[in-house]
Design a protein around this ligand. Structure first.
Ligand code: CMP
Length: 136
């Protein structure tokens, strides 16, 4: 099984019909899909998920965006999955993310950047418990 990480395929990707493209990249890399669910984030879940960002100036529009429509939440697993998924995802700002990464290939924004991926073992554990309590 290796390591587990939480990925959100954000509402912009769902609206743009990029869910298959994004999941395909993770699958072709060799990561396993342990859990997957289409869900609309409610405001309380947004505040919990982004607890470390709630006081930042970019948070209100981020919350508006993340609750604006359905997203795909998934747990991926594989050897060093947290780091591998972050590398496939690319830098936060789609304008600066390297070509070949998901954000580098499909996003021109630092907010609507298609994918969220856990950034450490601690955040992966916390986020998986938040989105998929049945796995805990
Ligand atoms: P994510 O990986 O989900 O983690 C926090 C999110 O906040 C990030 O992706 C972006 O969607 C958003 N974000 C981070 N920094 C900024 C910023 N400076 N301006 C707007 N949105 C941001």
């Amino acid at each position: 099984m290796g390591e587990r990480t939480l990925v959100l395929i954000k509402p912009d990707a769902v609206r743009r019909g990029l869910v298959g493209e994004v999941i395909g990249r993770f699958e072709r890399k060799g990561l396993a899909i342990d859990e997957m669910r289409l869900r609309t984030m409610d405001p309380a879940l947004a505040d919990e998920h982004y607890a470390e960002h709630v006081d930042k100036p970019f948070y209100p529009p981020l919350k508006e965006f993340m609750t604006s429509g359905p997203l795909v939440a998934m747990v991926l697993s594989g050897d060093q999955a947290i780091e591998v998924v972050r590398a496939l995802t690319g830098a936060t700002d789609g304008r600066k993310a390297a070509p070949g990464t998901i954000r580098g290939d499909f996003s021109l924004s630092n907010r609507e950047n298609l994918v969220h991926a856990s950034d450490s073992p601690e955040s992966a554990k916390r986020e998986i418990e938040l989105w998929f309590p049945e796995l805990a």
